[in-house]
Write a protein that binds this ligand. Sequence first.
Ligand code: LLP
Length: 444
Amino acid sequence: MTTLHDPAVTASADALSVWPASAAEPRPGELTVGGVPLAEVADRFGTPVYVLDEGEVRERCRTYRHAFPEADVLYAAKAFLCRAMAHWVAEEGLGLDVCSAGELELAVTTGFPPERIVLHGNAKSPRDLETALRLGVGRVVIDSPSEIARLAAAVGPDGHQKVMVRVVPGISAGGHDKIRTGTEDQKFGLSIRDGYAQHAIARILDQPQLRLTGLHCHLGSQITGVKPYIAAVRRMVGLMARLHEQHGLALPELDLGGGHGIAYRPGEPALDVTALARKVRAELAEACTAAGLAVPRLVIEPGRAVVGPAGVALYRALAVKRTGPHTYVAVDGGMGDNPRPALYGVRYAPRLVGRHSTAAPARVTVVGRHCEAGDILADDVELPGDIRPGDLLAVPAAGAYHLSMASGYNLVGRPPVVAVNDGRARLLVRRESLEDIRSRDVGV
Ligand code: LLP
């Protein structure tokens, strides 16, 4: 999510470093992912299309399990969810973080064990809570005072529900203002500083049907350094120590949320998950010993770092226009399937695939097909100077927060998702058709 304009970032680093590990160039211009040529995926499934490398997703789940063997690793479904993804994540031994009845029900109805699911949300609807209780979700993370009585009432006098409390630790971290959630001035969680968190916890303890298992915090997203997490451990253990003194509480869990940053362009930093695990573990042990507390079970919730680098978005160039000093390459997708450049100023590194070009590189702006001047996918990037309509462009690091944030703008229809693995491609989510759109439009 950096907006760095450092020439070293693009020039020196390995061009395929932000691609799935399986990415290969068997012949000049032919790029394969999961053993499947991307041009073949485009021909078979059309464009735009999201390509998801199943092996890369599974490998990233395993990296987390190995780095955090003693912790619960919950995949944050908001990054990307479909039934196959839920299966892969479940098979790899991860749990799930969901933030709506929709994500929850999709996961559980595809066989995801509900007890391994945590429900989030700063404004949980009656349907969210009803679905959580009906399906037997593992934990509900309380995010506002009014939720306590609502949840307790919905559980009923004889039932019980495990809950956590989302705490604002007062730490600023994250790749963009819109995705910083550790500070006071945003909508999530209950503040330690003004006492809301402590107050909510006291009220939860008064509700026998709610069982408080631990504290939660999520600092923000696209965090590339370990330090904010270490600061969070200290703050959270500090609060746990006070709760222990006041209420005799020994909370068995501590959820540090997600936010682990990835590189979108070669040379950008990514969070080192192994270093994170080592340092958080050490800090947690030390802080708990100093406070005379038992070490709680750690929970983490990575989304982007599990699926982001496993995805590639493929587009077909429809028009190339030279206007003054600018060359615009217009493709058949855009802000409808990837609003991230417009929302957060994220920069991507598209690449020509399916054709070998020996033309000198030129600086171009890759724009979308939507009716808005801000529909820019990649501003001022290098592509071969002979780029032309019909060419295929591939955008790496497109697995997280693309389809999950895609919109219906201009009734273009959302792209399909194709899984690639071991030389085979299969459709996971089909393209949204006009018929899909029309079938929801029931008025006259
Ligand atoms: N846990 C909680 C409670 C969260 O709210 C989130 C993300 C995560 C975990 C996972 O964060 P991750 O590891 O994926 O960064 N649309 C934005 C990102 C919004 C993230 C919202 N919450 C983007 O495209 O960058």
